[in-house]
Design a protein around this ligand. Structure first.
Ligand code: PLP
Length: 321
């Protein structure tokens, strides 16, 4: 039973749906970064997206396609990270109810931010309850539609609009570096790259402690790993999805890994040189460009900065590191 993989047409359709709703985020240049890498870098700044990360794109694109019946029932998601806020905000904008299932011990700031966007938060005990089962039961009881964080055709097509805008603004590129967790962003961006800049090499970058994507690409099947310990909390996924892997194995050139120390170095670079707050997971792409072993001399290089949501005390510690 072959999956019907989304195509670039789905990304282009998502771009039309997002118009006037998502920010068209800036593409920034840095002569210091260019000198450091000996290349011409184009930073696509999704840390300036609504709710602070690219996840708004996929969430809004998925919810905008609900049928009238689905809209009445609303949306359910489980996440303690950016997907929760993306779904909550998109649901509010589209006038539908949202339930977010989060661990009881999620940071108070995240619970508050999600409630602040108008979602109902249902908490569960990470140690005794299975969130997938709980979410499915709640969705069935309340007639809500569950939207997963990455393995969904409408979600990944929405994420691809980040790269579509980058190519639109910067023109064709030689290399594109993308932060990788479950692969929604990477697979969507790869669809855009294959259509808009066919010779561009596309790389996913994941934490070295959680290199399930790299292992999967090498093995030719989805490899599962235990939850990795890494500063990149948005990339603590245990495995790629069926849709995301189907696209990644076909359209992505390689998956690179970086250490937490290399993430901190990039986080400090963004703060000091580019005056930007980038969350540790959002630093994967630049760290991969710097340390992934790809020869970039003289090349035109895209770097997707995925998000900027980081607690201030935590951010202060990382800057002082
Ligand atoms: C979710 C997220 C990622 C990983 O995205 P996937 O689509 O799961 O690969 C990377 N960076 C940030 C900031 C995120 O929120």
């Amino acid at each position: 039973m072959a999956l019907q993989l989304p195509t670039y047409d789905d990304v282009a359709a998502a771009a039309r749906r997002l118009e006037g709703h998502a920010h068209r985020t800036p593409v920034l240049r840095s002569s210091t970064a260019d000198a450091l890498l000996g290349a011409r870098l184009f930073f696509k700044c999704e840390n300036f997206q609504r709710m602070g990360a690219f996840k708004f794109r996929g969430a809004f694109n998925a919810l905008a396609q609900f049928t009238p019946g689905q809209r009445r029932g609303g949306v359910l998601a489980f996440s303690s990270g950016n997907h929760a806020q993306a779904i909550a905000l998109s649901a509010r904008l589209l006038g539908m109810p949202a339930v977010i299932v989060m661990p009881q011990d999620a940071p108070a700031a995240k619970l508050a931010a999600t409630r602040g966007y108008g979602a109902e938060v249902v908490t569960y005990d990470r140690f005794t309850e299975d969130r997938q089962a709980l979410s499915e039961r709640l969705a069935a009881e309340r007639g809500m539609t569950l939207i997963p964080p990455f393995d969904h055709p409408h979600v990944l097509a929405g994420q691809g609009t980040a790269a579509q805008e980058l190519f639109d603004e910067a023109g064709e590129l030689d290399h594109l570096f993308v932060c990788l967790g479950g692969g929604g962003l990477l697979s969507g961006c790869a669809l855009a790259a294959r259509a808009l800049s066919p010779h561009c090499k596309v790389y996913g970058v994941e934490p070295e402690a959680g290199n399930d994507g790299q292992q999967s690409l090498r093995a030719g099947r989805i490899v599962h790993i235990p939850t990795p310990r890494t500063l990149a909390d948005g990339a603590q996924t245990q495995h790629l999805g069926e849709y995301t892997f189907g696209i990644i194995r076909r359209d992505v050139d390689d998956i690179l890994t970086v250490s937490d120390a290399q993430l901190v170095e990039s986080l400090q670079f963004y703060a000091e040189r580019m005056k930007m707050v980038v969350e540790p997971t959002g630093c994967l792409s630049l760290a991969g460009a710097r340390h992934g072993g790809v020869d970039l001399r003289g090349a035109r290089v895209g770097v997707i900065i995925s998000g900027g949501n980081v607690d201030l005390p935590r951010y202060g510690e990382l800057l002082a590191h």
